[in-house]
Design a protein around this ligand. Structure first.
Ligand SMILES: Cc1cc2nc3c(=O)[nH]c(=O)nc-3n(C[C@H](O)[C@H](O)[C@H](O)COP(=O)(O)OP(=O)(O)OC[C@H]3O[C@@H](n4cnc5c(N)ncnc54)[C@H](O)[C@@H]3O)c2cc1C
Length: 379
């Protein structure tokens, strides 16, 4: 027996859940398939959840600005946005970044999303070698809750199948796909691979790697009231309570698959302690633990998005490179429009200015075996 949906989305991290919810809001029928339970195995299980605008890459900043707009649309305002807490974020930059920061303020600051220079802050002493940019409407989100809320909508309007690992996709001559689910088959016109660091299992031709993002939780003597990022030292602190912050480590590992990444060790404890103590301006600190976060990374640090093959309805949304929580609504909107147009007109094209995100830039020449089966992976 066959189960028919227009779109199958593989992976219920924040990106897959956002795309599936956006497609459903456009009136399409969607099945979301997840190998674990929702947001439990991938990058979304560990995410820090900062949503702020400034980025040194103007295209990524534009994508965040788009995402902030999309968050106000009904499907995200009632799900994703409910999982955000507006805290404001202080971004400390080197003085050589002044022109870039001013350009960002000129281009993106608005009444809905102010961005302003800060001349001293009660909690963070002014430093002559730093410029302080304040985003008062920046947020910290609960990524698991956002994903769960999006899946709640999908459960009432489509299908969410947890504990369902897709092993292979069979492509038909007409460009549609079928996925074996036990004794049944799920048939669809489009498959969206939102499978994070595992996307290459189903598309081995994709240049994608896993990188660790160790997440430290640190108890400090001083108290914290809002997230702070110090760009020159690549350090940050997000308060979990007045005296406990989550922070990053400079030591990152890279591998083909998440399970091949080296687990955090004593060097990460030492590094996290040093960074948080510096941010705190001294005082006592103790590391509670280091969590083994990771994400899928593209070579240029930009998401990989779009149809990858002219003959088949295969769409990719991965390579979020450590920024996928804030990008998810924007990416879902871009993907939703593109998939909808493909289904109505057959056109797989991508609209400007997002063509630079096109996933085809990360493809080696696709062999038929790359598309018929999920074989060829190294796991
Ligand atoms: C420590 C840390 C801090 C971060 N901080 C921030 C931040 O402050 N702000 C921000 O914007 N981003 C942040 N990120 C990045 C963000 O969390 C990720 O970019 C985002 O979660 C990626 O989501 P995803 O859906 O692409 O991938 P994932 O969450 O990895 O989801 C992919 C899903 O696909 C499933 N899957 C894979 N293969 C199959 C298959 N064959 N069949 C079925 N299911 C499959 C997996 O089980 C997984 O659930 C952080 C990440 C980490 C780790």
């Amino acid at each position: 027996m066959d189960i028919d949906y227009q779109v199958a989305v593989i992976g219920a991290g924040i990106v897959g859940a956002s795309i599936a919810a956006r497609l459903t809001s456009l009136g399409l029928t969607v099945a979301l398939l997840e190998q674990g339970s929702v947001a439990s195995l991938g990058a979304s299980a560990w995410s820090g959840g900062l949503v702020r605008l400034y980025d040194a890459d103007p295209l990524l900043m534009q994508l965040t600005a788009h995402s902030l707009q999309v968050m106000r649309s009904p499907v995200f305002a009632t799900t994703y946005t409910q999982a955000l807490r507006c805290t404001g974020v202080l971004y400390r930059a080197g003085v050589d970044q002044q022109a870039d920061l001013q350009a960002a303020i000129d281009r993106h600051a608005s009444a809905e999303y102010p961005m302003q220079w800060l001349q001293g802050h009660g909690l963070y002493a002014r430093r002559d070698d730093r410029l302080d940019l304040f985003e008062p409407n920046a947020c910290v989100g609960d990524v698991r809750q956002a994903t769960a809320r999006l899946c709640g909508v999908l459960r009432s309007q489509g299908l969410v199948l947890e504990h369902c690992q897709v092993q292979a996709i069979d492509w038909q001559a007409d460009g549609s796909a079928s996925i074996h689910l036990g004794q049944a088959r799920l048939r669809c016109r489009v498959v969206v691979l939102a499978s994070g660091a595992w996307t290459r299992r189903l598309l081995p031709a994709l240049a994608l790697e896993s990188r660790s993002i160790p997440l430290a939780r640190v108890l400090t003597e001083r108290s914290w009231s809002l997230p702070v990022i110090d760009a020159p030292s690549a350090s940050y602190a997000i308060p979990l309570s007045r005296h406990i912050v989550q922070s990053g480590c400079g030591l990152r590992d890279r591998a083909a698959w998440p399970q091949d990444l080296a687990p955090p060790d004593a060097r990460h404890y030492h590094d996290a302690l040093k960074r948080v103590t510096q941010l705190a301006g001294g005082g006592q600190a103790q590391v509670l633990d280091i969590l083994p976060g990771f994400d899928s990374y593209s070579a240029d640090g930009r998401p990989l998005l779009g149809f990858v093959d002219d003959q088949r309805g295969l769409y990719v949304a991965c390579g979020l490179s450590g920024l996928g929580f804030k990008f998810a609504p924007g990416i879902a909107d871009i993907a939703g429009r593109q998939v909808n147009r493909y289904l109505t007109t057959g056109d797989p094209g991508m609209a400007s200015p997002w063509t630079a995100l096109c996933a085809r830039r990360a493809l080696h020449r696709i062999q038929p075996a790359d598309l018929q089966q999920g074989n060829g992976h190294e796991q």
